[in-house]
Design a protein around this ligand. Structure first.
Ligand code: IPE
Ligand code: IPE
Ligand code: MG
Length: 246
């Protein structure tokens, strides 16, 4: 695979932990714990395949609506992930960033462990791992709009000068390229408020595999699917072929 057929940014909606656990007669938390191990496997596999940017949907802004006990366990698992994956990510040269709000709602211990991971991987150049933690696409767009409006009110920005690039600058994903490929495990075919702006032209790969059953084979299936797609960005097939020949 070359630059054209290898996605530069993969965004993963890791879904199906709860059903994986329930089908085994286990509490949902066991599914999240098994899922967390697969996050580490997925990061390693993407790193080995030289994917430059990977975004993982770890906890959505809507997930606060889950029972308090499950939310607490998810936050603990996020903290443990940040602690346990720390050394491996540092040695692999993976730069970790967060998209979403880890400021107020996220428990202090989870926030601190995540911030430490971000700080200690700052110099990483081999891959960027974006953790979508307390992330909601609409919410991110709302805060970007507020920032744009504040600039306009302060006279720093004229309404007629606002374009997609202006809005992008204020999104929590501003440092990342657009998503090329969105993978969702767990059988649902929806985006659940994930990267509505950034995945506007992404290819979408849905699989029934539940996240704790995710393997390198699932990733390779998604990559093969992506390599077969012709991305047109509004152009015709003929135009795309002609550009590809140059
Ligand atoms: C995804 O698995 C993990 C998070 C949302 C944090 P789910 O917990 O949504 O699993 P299902 O969809 O209930 O099986
Ligand atoms: C999406 O999964 C959020 C994450 C993977 C973190 P959900 O399981 O929360 O999504 P819905 O509720 O099925 O849309
Ligand atoms: Mg789910």
């Amino acid at each position: 695979m070359n630059e054209r057929t290898l996605p530069q940014h993969i965004a993963i909606i890791l879904d199906g932990n709860g059903r994986w656990a329930t089908s085994r007669g286990l509490p949902r938390t066991k599914g999240h714990e098994a899922g967390s191990h697969k996050v580490r496997l997925a990061v390693r596999a993407c790193h080995e395949r030289k994917i430059p940017v990977v975004t993982l949907y770890a906890f959505s802004a809507a997930n606060w609506n889950r029972p308090g006990e499950e939310v607490g366990n998810l936050m603990r698992i996020c903290r443990e992930f940040a602690e346990e994956a720390h050394d491996d990510l540092v040695s692999r040269g993976v730069r970790v960033v967060v998209v979403g709000d880890i400021d107020d709602e996220v428990p202090t211990a989870t926030r601190k462990a995540t911030e430490r991971l971000i700080e200690n991987t700052e110099g990483g150049t081999s891959m960027t791992l974006a953790l979508a933690l307390n992330y909601g696409g609409r919410r991110d767009m709302v805060s970007a709009m507020r920032a744009v409006a504040a600039q306009a009110r302060a006279g720093l920005l004229l309404p007629e000068d606002i374009d997609a690039q202006t809005i992008r600058r204020f999104l929590s994903t501003s440092a990342l390229p657009d998503a090329d490929l969105v993978i969702r495990t767990g059988g649902e075919q929806r985006l659940s408020d994930f990267l509505p702006f950034e995945a506007a032209f992404a290819e979408l790969f849905f699989t029934d595999t539940l996240w704790p059953d995710f393997s390198e084979a699932t990733l390779d299936e998604a990559l093969a699917f992506y390599a077969r797609r012709q991305r047109r960005f509004g152009r015709t097939d003929e135009q795309v072929r002609r550009t590809a020949e140059i």
